[in-house]
Design a protein. Structure first.
Length: 766
């Protein structure tokens, strides 16, 4: 201990005038000033500390010493030149001892190897390199930049300056990068330059430039070649290097790009992980632009995964940052995505309000690509709200702009959306054409998410065209890809399509099975939403899935009324409701949990998680082409065991908490439960389910239940509007409208149940 204190005292005493600062606290000039002073005082401990803690600042310092040494020697100041060279040698030696990197030792050794004439050429080559670098990003002067670079490269090669060669090759690579953007040239030429540069940089062991080369090679594969797996491979190598050398600024860009590569691969969990890391690193760096980008891209992924509350949460954070930065175009991008989420939630009014803001921003900023993007989203919202022709108009506007910009990647969703419009107009052959074009391009561009959308939509077209086998192949391919993408929103839509395919084959049991799987996923997604408004809106948008199942069961009931298809249809109708009361009940359960044994509750959550995972495994196993019966049996056994454990645990929890004992987990009521628990012999219960193609009425008493087919929602809506007009305008001239509409509605909605009414009947209408 005495030795430690003594050494520590001497260290503090010797650096009284040179305060020790870590890398994030020193500028390059401050670092060089402190290091020079440490050498002047012969303070080797401080020299090591500064070089150890400021790795990335050492190379510019040594480069300056080398340059000054050469210039001093050429001007005849031999003594001063040798002093600079000696200082550079000491620094390079300490650097390799601490960091194990030999690049600076190689650089300093050139001074001993070169003749005076070669040093003159070195100065000339450095000047040519600097000139080329200063103009390489200028479209009008890039040829001149190449000329300067080629001259410098000849000199560096002649004098054996491999560091200089690598710099030139990297510079030529960046010119080719610009030429990809300017003239759509082959990206492989840029790639070859960067690969040559990387080879030399590995040889001379320049870790910072190795990280730069790996990063840019990854970016070419990401942005232009679209080989996302290869991009990830290079980004991972760059990440390792940049973490090792503590190149935090470089690391911030690498992990951001890697997140984008994972997103394009459809590996959403990894993408979200890296976007979170990108946000954290760039927050440390103070790079708010990349922080906002991480939030925006994460929000888009959550949207694709159907987790709309999380998506809105991330978009709001991105919007706040972009507003603070006054980045109008990015504000528009975020508002566009927020509008899309509201559209998915069925809040079309808010969606259009957001899009209107975006259109104004894009026009003010003259951003054609951004304008095309919001036109596409407006089309989606209009189509979802039933305004098909207007939606088609916006899609075509968007496609025209992207074709003018020759942006094939962004044309993709438009081809897909125009196909869905043709589908809604019942032009299934034209829809199939659009979706097939989109499928081909999505595969060329490796746009995996769009590929699944095209597969799903093309299979839907083929169902309508009677190409059932082709449709089934596309559904199965889409299902496998959607599962790998972890996109429940796409999975349930594909399951609905497969169910319809089986119904068209008259394989009704399988059709019902697949519909049930799809509806279970919808309810899980709905469960993720916190707001009752969002839940109701989402169920309103996606109600067609329930309607399809109800229609199928109703048709089967018409053919055979003995198999209980009407009971199943009633169950689906109940599941399709917003179920606000049941949600409130669930919240009540959550509130009284405070009085229950927390260990029991934790155990309950553990069982529920295991049950969910096992059911998911069973579902995946059941969908395989070759189902393993033994595996299915084992999984079903596990599910039975977990359900029994859950029931036993429920009894134990309720016994420990009286409040909890009074509540049940919310489940939609079955028709039999309504009969047995809600109705006496004089009550007649009427429940309605309205649909776009047809509607249904269940008439339930405590002794019987009957299902009746009613007109579609639009037919009823017209009569309701007439009735409403008559009520709101109580004019004698409107009495006939009122009487006609009201009696017509009575005939359609109530009269089918009249045979069950008596003078004592109590009528309950849901």
């Amino acid at each position: 201990m005495k030795i430690f204190h003594f050494v520590f005292f001497i260290l503090i005493f010797s650096i009284t005038n040179i305060p020790f600062l870590r890398s994030q606290q020193l500028t390059q000039d401050e670092f060089e000033e402190h290091l020079t002073e440490a050498y002047r005082q012969s303070n080797n401990q401080l020299v090591k500390s500064l070089i150890g803690d400021h790795r990335l600042m050492v190379k510019p310092f040594v480069n300056r010493l080398i340059r000054e040494s050469i210039l001093l020697e050429l001007n005849g100041n031999i003594s001063e030149a040798q002093q600079k060279q000696s200082l550079a040698e000491k620094t390079a030696s300490t650097f390799i001892n601490i960091h194990g990197e030999k690049s600076l030792v190689i650089a300093v050794n050139y001074l001993s190897l070169w003749s005076k004439e070669q040093k003159k050429k070195k100065v000339l080559a450095d000047s040519l390199f600097a000139l080329g670098t200063s103009i390489r990003g200028n479209r009008q002067q890039h040829e001149k930049a190449i000329e300067y670079y080629q001259q410098a490269l000849e000199i560096y090669t002649e004098i054996g300056d491999e560091r200089g060669e690598a710099e030139i090759l990297g510079g030529l690579g960046f010119i080719q990068w610009y030429r990809i953007i300017w003239f759509q040239e082959d990206p492989k030429k840029a790639l070859s330059y960067f690969q040559e540069a990387l080879e030399i940089r590995n040889k001379i062991d320049d870790q910072q430039l190795i990280g730069n080369s790996l990063n840019v090679i990854g970016s070419i594969n990401l942005r232009y070649i679209r080989d996302y797996s290869k991009a990830v491979s290079f980004y991972k190598k760059a990440e390792l290097v940049r973490r090792e050398i503590e190149d935090i600024a470089g690391l911030g860009s690498t992990i951001s790009y890697m997140a984008s590569a994972y997103e394009n691969l459809g590996q959403f969990e990894q993408a979200l992980e890296y976007f979170k890391s990108s946000f954290d690193v760039n927050q440390e760096l103070g790079n708010q632009t990349r922080m906002a980008e991480a939030m925006l891209r994460s929000g888009i992924i959550f949207t694709d995964m159907g987790n709309y509350p999380k998506a809105l949460e991330h978009f709001e954070k991105a919007l706040e940052i972009y507003n603070n930065l006054n980045e109008r175009l990015f504000v528009g991008d975020v508002l566009k995505e927020i509008g899309f989420v509201y559209s998915k939630l069925g809040d079309f009014k808010t969606a259009i309000e957001k899009y209107t803001e975006v259109v104004q921003i894009m026009k003010e900023e003259n951003d054609l690509s951004g304008l095309a993007g919001v036109y596409n989203n407006i089309g989606i919202t209009l189509q979802s709200s039933g305004r098909i022709e207007k939606a088609s108009e916006y899609y075509k506007r968007s496609l025209d702009i992207y074709e003018e910009l020759e942006d094939q990647y962004k044309e993709l969703p438009l081809l897909n959306n125009l196909g869905t419009v043709c589908y809604d107009m019942k032009d299934y052959a034209k829809a199939e054409e659009y979706h097939y074009r989109g499928l081909q391009i999505s595969r060329e561009l490796q746009a995996k998410l769009v590929e699944v959308h095209c597969l799903l939509n093309m299979a839907n077209d083929q169902n309508r065209l009677g190409k059932l086998d082709e449709a089934m192949v596309n559904y199965q391919t889409g299902f496998d890809k959607a599962t790998s993408l972890n996109s429940p929103d796409l999975i349930w839509r594909i399951l609905v399509g497969i169910g319809e395919n089986y119904a068209l084959r008259n394989e009704y049991d399988k059709a019902i099975e697949y519909n049930d799987r799809a509806l279970s996923i919808i309810e899980k997604m709905r469960g993720l939403m916190q707001s009752d408004e969002y839940k109701a809106g989402y169920m309103a948008v996606e109600r067609y899935a329930f309607e399809g199942a109800i229609n199928l069961l109703a048709k089967l009931h018409e053919k055979d009324g003995t198999k209980g298809y009407d009971l199943q249809a009633f169950h689906y109708a109940e599941r399709s409701k917003a179920r606000a009361f049941l949600d409130l009940l669930a919240e009540s359960i959550a509130n009284v949990r405070e009085g229950a044994d927390q260990k029991l509750l934790e155990k309950q959550e553990e069982i529920l998680t295991g049950l969910s995972q096992t059911k998911q495994q069973l579902e995946q196993e059941s969908l395989k082409d070759q189902v393993n019966a033994d595996v299915v049996t084992e999984l079903k056994g596990q599910i039975d065991t977990l359900e029994e454990k859950f029931k036993d645990l429920q009894k134990e929890i309720r016994s420990t908490n009286p409040k909890y004992a009074d509540l049940q987990y919310p489940q939609p009521a079955s028709l039999k439960e309504v009969q047995s628990s809600c109705l006496d012999r004089n009550t007649v219960f009427l429940e309605y389910s309205l649909g776009d193609s047809c509607s249904y009425l269940w008439v339930i008493t405590n002794r019987s239940h009957n299902l009746y087919k009613l007109p579609d929602q639009n037919t009823l809506q017209e009569q309701i509007e007439t009735l409403r007009f008559g009520i709101l305008n109580p004019d004698k001239s409107n009495i006939s409208f009122f009487k006609q509409a009201s009696y017509s509605l009575y005939q359609q909605l109530i009269q089918p149940a009249e045979q069950f009414f008596s003078k004592k009947s109590k009528l309950v209408i849901l």
